[in-house]
Design a binder for this molecule. Structure first.
Ligand SMILES: Cc1cc2nc3c(=O)[nH]c(=O)nc-3n(C[C@H](O)[C@H](O)[C@H](O)COP(=O)(O)O)c2cc1C
Length: 416
């Protein structure tokens, strides 16, 4: 019987353990987590979501405070946020600092990539994305994964960069159609993606499916894409993601021709993960009925999360002057519209509730939206329960090695 370690992920000149830890914003997939994956010979991701905020936390910089100071007068203006722009130079600096923090500390034969969320439109989608992508390349990132919600012209935004052809560039898609569309639009750059993550409906974070997600199956989508690439004679490594919970699940995909697997949920309960420890316990304790896919993200994409997430229904005053990552090209966000609607319906009320949307910037930053993969309810089977009812946190190394070496659908418990 084979295990993941019987396979290798060949990416250009590199030979890697075929395990990639997916990006988890905002700072859930920390630099520390990504570095462990690289040290162990796989691929780790940091996330570029809200990098200025993340950098403020780690370096005591003042990116967020300075932005708020600049636009303070606009905080009460809930009709128009179009003037709340990011300072591109500061965005560039924050992204560079974030990436350097990882790359300067990297050890081992693996790689560190950055997950770039194209749905962060930041009130100037093209300009801000261009800065983020190029700053990550400047700072020496090994690779960039463009997350679902593909802006079809993203490769072109990096075309002029000296590292455009040597850094690894990949995309996440959830259907053959999305891949075909990307390849068609991207043809002009004469550069194929180095890898394609195929993310199925059981993943955490935002989904590339509608609310009918349950009708789709990762293995079917992967097989469909594989068959099409073969008929077109296109050779791109495929990396399935979403619901790959054991080493055996991973091995099955590798045996069917996948180049590697992308996994995330199992790492949310590791010491290196950025979630606060009490939140990690919520992940351990969640049951299947506690997990839902809902429409509260202002991006318009369904998102999976634990139903008890404190950010659901919080009715937070929009914080676009501090954050504003989801403002579209016209300075609009679906949460502001929902907030204004509730405020108008309940005049004079100090604390309003907004149930259908959430202020995602604020609540992802504060770890109040507990986004998770569908199999989060199985995490309790991956650790030991302590006398106080909590579960023992795992190390990233333990989980990584469990994926790498386990067989027969088994999950190794920690030795402590
Ligand atoms: C807590 C959490 C946050 C995530 N955030 C992001 C993200 O910011 N961008 C992204 O592309 N994918 C995100 N994902 C998806 C993962 O990168 C990964 O593809 C997927 O969850 C893999 O499935 P699994 O969690 O069942 O292993 C997130 C997943 C989790 C569990």
């Amino acid at each position: 019987m084979k295990c993941v370690d019987d396979f290798r992920f060949r990416l250009g000149q590199h030979e890697l353990v075929p395990i990639m830890i997916g990006g988890m914003g905002v700072d859930i997939s920390t630099v520390e987590l990504a570095l462990e994956a690289a040290r162990l010979g796989g691929v780790g991701h940091i996330s570029d979501a809200m990098a200025p905020t993340v950098i403020d936390r780690h370096f005591k910089t003042r990116f967020v405070k300075d932005k708020l100071k600049l636009y303070k007068e606009n905080v009460t203006n809930l009709a128009d946020k179009s003037l709340v722009k990011f300072h591109l130079g500061e965005l560039e600096e924050a992204t560079r600092m974030h990436v350097r923090r990882a790359m300067d500390a990297k050890q081992g034969s693996g790689m560190v990539f950055i997950n770039v969320m194209e749905k962060l439109t930041m009130n100037a989608p093209k300009d801000t994305l261009k800065v983020r992508l190029n700053a990550a390349l400047d700072a020496g990132i090994d690779g960039i994964t463009l997350a679902a919600g593909l802006h079809l012209g993203s490769f072109a935004l990096m075309e002029e960069h000296a590292r455009f052809r040597d850094a690894k560039l990949g995309i996440i898609v959830s259907s053959l159609r999305a891949l075909q569309l990307f390849l068609r639009k991207n043809g002009r750059t004469n550069r194929l993606p180095d890898y394609v993550v195929v993310e199925g409906p059981l993943a955490g974070g935002h989904l590339g499916f509608g609310m009918d997600w349950a009708q789709y199956d990762l293995a079917v989508i992967v097989a469909e894409i594989q068959a099409w690439l073969k008929t077109e004679h296109i050779d791109i490594p495929l990396i399935p993601a979403g619901g790959i919970f054991t080493g055996s699940d991973a091995t099955a995909f590798l045996e069917h021709g996948a180049a590697a697997v992308q996994v995330a949920t199992r790492f949310t309960v590791t010491k290196e993960c950025g979630l606060p420890d009490p939140v990690k316990q919520e992940y351990f304790k969640a049951n299947e009925a506690d997990i839902e896919v809902n429409g509260i993200s202002p991006t318009g994409y369904p998102m999976r999360m634990i139903k008890g997430s404190p950010g659901i229904g919080a009715g937070t005053h929009p914080n676009c002057e501090s954050f504003g990552y989801l403002l579209d090209a016209n300075g609009r966000c679906a949460y502001i519209d929902a907030y204004n609607r509730e405020a108008a319906a309940h005049p004079g009320e100090k604390k309003i509730k907004v149930m259908d949307k959430t202020c995602l910037c604020t609540h992802m930053r504060d770890f109040n939206i507990w986004t998770c993969g569908q199999y989060t309810y199985r995490l309790k089977d991956t650790s030991s329960k302590l006398a106080d009812g909590n579960y023992s946190l795992l190390t990233a190394e333990h989980v990584f090695h469990d994926y790498q070496f386990s067989k027969d659908g088994k999950v190794a418990l920690p030795s402590n």
